[in-house]
Design a protein around this ligand. Structure first.
Ligand SMILES: Cc1cc2nc3c(=O)[nH]c(=O)nc-3n(C[C@H](O)[C@H](O)[C@H](O)COP(=O)(O)OP(=O)(O)OC[C@H]3O[C@@H](n4cnc5c(N)ncnc54)[C@H](O)[C@@H]3O)c2cc1C
Length: 432
């Protein structure tokens, strides 16, 4: 292999994964270039916005104080929506504020801040450049081609997100079947800070994260979300592509109907639309651990490797992206030291991941994607809960019944059977 290189490492993609990896490598004294196709980091990126941020504290000490984060999430609401009702499990806990657990972020603000941190650490950030192909010598990846330019490095890191053509070109990840993909449609709505505090019962820099299931997706597998920022609200839907296609609905219409739902509209009433966007996400992150994550001279991280976790209660990808970036940086540093960029030389990446919460959590939630395929989650269960509560609170002058007979009557009136309840309950216990 040629030793004539421009950089020790080329990182493709200035998302969370790429920036964490590039930052850690530069801090370890390596020459790193970070190539981003957007005119500025963050312009191409979209996330719901709840970042489980302790991992970023490890990379950027004082992250929560220094970075442009919005609110610390101290209230989590799970909301079952039906067309005429909603039922919330509302969990507030001041312990979630300190030590900080999760914050809301807007990528258009966070990503440029992280890019500046990378530059300070010595990374050469190259925005407005799209990588078109990998350069190879035999089976060894030795650099990248962007337009007419070629750049060479000992190691290339693919951090180019969910559609990673690099991971596909290298044969690491097959083209995803649409069953494994979901589309997210998101709006950011401006609201005065005082309105957010009153409406969502939060004060200071505390915030709330809603996860919606049921009627928010018109029975399409997926869910809705709403997160409070300082003076705006991020909200939208995530819809599994195969189910969206099967039901013949448009993702934009499902999003608009979600925002107009009687349980949601009052939360954003009077607001002004600031941003609107769509982005793909991977639905079966846990299955991705089975794939190879390296090729000689190449390491795949973040969404490019498929690391996302949707349990219905939480959507996670940014923290996994950051942790995989850290794991890759540790492994690449060892490979640079040993001068071994073969699969063997880079095998420390898999070992680091398996030791970290990424490997552990992807295994723990391995059954979550299959569980979330169950269509009953998106219609019957929300309706059943609404019927039980209607039976408790709607006093129609008939004699009252105890809770169990009320619930049994609701089950009988639904399309659910006791066997469904037992099977789904057992599946939930194993998956979540
Ligand atoms: C609707 C929605 C809601 C979500 N909500 C949450 C949430 O609340 N919390 C959470 O933790 N996660 C959430 N996620 C997942 C999260 O956004 C991703 O897991 C995370 O952004 C992955 O980071 P990444 O760095 O791997 O990829 P990305 O952030 O996608 O970054 C990839 C970068 O690579 C660049 N790039 C791509 N191709 C090239 C190329 N050829 N040349 C140069 N640059 C290139 C892109 O422009 C981009 O900047 C959500 C996702 C969606 C779609």
């Amino acid at each position: 292999m040629s030793t004539d290189v421009d950089f020790d490492v080329i990182v493709i993609g200035a998302g969370i994964a790429g920036m964490v990896c590039a930052h850690q490598l530069a801090r370890a004294g390596h020459e790193v270039v970070l190539i981003e196709r957007g005119q500025e980091p963050g312009t191409k990126n979209l996330s719901g916005g709840v970042l489980y941020c302790r991992v970023l504290e490890a990379v950027f000490p004082g992250f929560v104080e220094r970075a442009p984060v919005e609110r610390r999430i101290t209230r989590n609401v799970l909301s079952f929506l039906n067309d005429t009702s909603h039922l919330n499990v509302d969990y507030w806990d001041s312990r979630l504020a300190e030590p900080v657990n999760a914050v809301t972020v807007l990528r258009a603000k966070l990503d440029p801040w992280m890019a500046a941190e990378c530059e300070q650490a010595g990374v050469m950030v190259m925005p407005g450049v799209r990588v078109d192909a990998l350069l190879r010598e035999g089976d060894q990846v030795v650099g990248v081609r962007a337009g007419d330019d070629e750049l060479r490095a000992h190691v290339v890191v693919a951090a180019d997100g969910v559609n990673s053509f690099i991971a596909q070109e290298a044969g690491v990840r097959p083209k995803e079947p649409i069953k494994h993909l979901a589309v997210g449609v998101k709006s950011v709505i401006a609201l005065p800070r005082t309105t957010i505090e009153d409406r969502f019962r939060v004060s200071g820099d505390e915030g709330v994260a809603y996860a919606f299931v049921g009627d928010c997706t018109q029975s399409i597998a997926g869910g809705g979300f709403l997160y409070t920022n300082l003076d705006s609200v991020s909200l939208g839907v995530v819809l599994r592509l195969d189910d969206l296609e099967a039901k013949g609905l448009s993702s934009a219409d499902v999003h608009d109907r979600f925002l107009a739902h009687p349980a949601v509209e009052p939360l954003i009433r009077g607001g002004e639309l600031l941003e609107y966007g769509c982005h793909l996400t991977i639905e079966d992150g846990p299955a991705m651990v089975a794939h190879d994550l390296t090729r000689p001279g190449l390491v795949i991280i973040g969404d490019a490797a498929g690391f996302t976790l949707n349990t219905g209660l939480t959507i996670r990808g940014m923290d996994l992206a950051a942790a995989s970036g850290m794991a890759a940086a540790t492994a690449i540093t060892a490979a640079l030291k040993a001068g071994d960029f073969s699969d063997d030389g880079l095998s420390g990446y898999r070992a680091e991941l398996d030791r970290s919460f990424v490997g552990a959590d992807l295994k723990t939630y391995a059954k979550a994607p299959a569980f979330l395929e169950n269509p009953r989650m998106y219609s019957e269960y929300g309706q059943l809960l609404a019927e039980v509560f209607h039976g408790i609170y709607a006093h129609d002058l008939t004699p009252r019944k105890h809770l169990v007979p009320t619930a049994m009557a609701a089950v009988k009136a639904s399309r659910l059977t006791l066997s469904h309840l037992m099977r789904d309950g057992w599946a939930a216990a194993r998956a979540l």
